[in-house]
Design a binder for this molecule. Structure first.
Ligand code: UDP
Ligand code: MG
Length: 307
């Protein structure tokens, strides 16, 4: 019989767990000939999350929890799950029911048809405000800034064949953007569509700052293009600068009067050029920091050892 492991990172999700466990059990029990299990990765929760899972696990052995020693973040927790999930296929999904378990049978059917990566793409999404805008902007510009367009409107939600999981485990980079890595390893893909729900309970557990870093990883990890854009902009601005400078020097040497006004122009130029330089140094720094992370070569997560 084929086996499937659902990997779900949880960080203070006590509110959503009961419904999640219910809906997963109902949905997966409805799939024929499947030995399924759910591996929760507890990313340093400070509420009853881990205890609730252990308790449920003692009644239904298909549910288990892998506990990290502290909060390492969504991507690290998913990576821990991928490292420890056995099974012919692995599903990655969030715990907040924004990824509805009811899509799983369709994914499993596609996998059984021979596809190796099943992507779940959002037909619609419920996030509003700054988050919603951020998601839209990211999916709009990610492809433009990288020349490596990940399928838009997909996140980590999806099913991976064992071979894909092994390929992903070979990618050990620190600043991880799993949808990109999943795209990078290739394999035969299939897309199922779903409507992204609102969070079933509680507040989003990923801070906006973390989401922004995640988006930057989604660009910088797959492209040097931001650096090139800086180089090209630098070239154009320098050329312009030399021409204007040459013009004024020539004018002066030939004895023409140079204007004494021009304060506004000067201030504007100084501020603009200063800003552009800082931006360029900042982008350089983002790459540098990522290199630093790689060189330190710290593990992506640490296990508590009692999960
Ligand atoms: N999560 C995690 N570690 C964190 C933050 C979040 O494991 O530091 C989990 C969280 O419990 C949820 C999933 O990652 O299952 C996605 O988080 P959330 O729904 O808060 O983020 P968003 O929907 O904004 O991407
Ligand atoms: Mg969510």
């Amino acid at each position: 019989m084929q086996s499937l492991v659902v990997v779900t990172p949880v960080f203070n999700e006590a509110e959503t767990l009961p419904e999640l466990i219910d809906r997963l059990t109902q949905t997966l029990d409805g799939v024929e000939d499947l030995a399924w299990s759910v591996l929760f990765v507890d990313d340093g929760s400070r509420d009853a999350t881990a205890q609730m899972i252990t308790e449920h696990g003692s009644k239904d052995g298909r549910f288990s929890v892998l506990r990290l020693s502290r909060n390492f973040g969504h991507q690290a927790a998913l990576t821990a799950g991928l490292d420890h999930a056995q099974g012919d296929a692995v599903v990655l999904m969030d715990a907040d029911l924004q990824d509805p378990p009811e899509v799983l049978p369709e994914m499993i059917a596609a996998w059984r048809d021979g596809h190796q990566v099943i992507l779940a793409a959002r037909r619609s999404r419920q996030d509003s405000g700054l988050r919603g805008l951020g998601f839209k902007l990211f999916h709009r510009f990610q492809g433009v800034l990288t020349d490596f367009q990940i399928p838009p409107n997909t996140g980590i939600f999806g099913l991976l064949d064992r071979r894909v999981v092994e390929a992903l485990r070979g990618l050990t980079e620190r600043n991880r953007f799993l949808p990109g890595l999943r795209h990078w390893v290739g394999f035969d893909r299939f897309t199922v569509y779903y409507d992204r729900q609102a969070r079933a309970g509680g507040e989003p557990k990923q801070s906006l700052v973390r989401l922004i870093k995640y988006a930057v990883d989604g660009i910088l990890s797959f492209s040097y293009k931001p650096l090139r854009i800086m180089t090209y902009t630098g070239c154009v601005v320098s050329l312009l600068g030399f021409s204007i400078g040459g013009y004024f020097i020539a004018k002066r040497l030939l004895g023409f009067e140079t204007a004494e006004v021009g304060f506004t122009t000067l201030v504007t130029l100084i501020v603009t050029l200063g800003g552009m330089q800082l931006l360029a140094v900042g982008i350089l720094g983002e790459y540098l920091a990522r290199i630093y992370d790689e060189v330190k070569n710290r593990p992506l997560y640490v296990l508590r050892g009692d999960g």
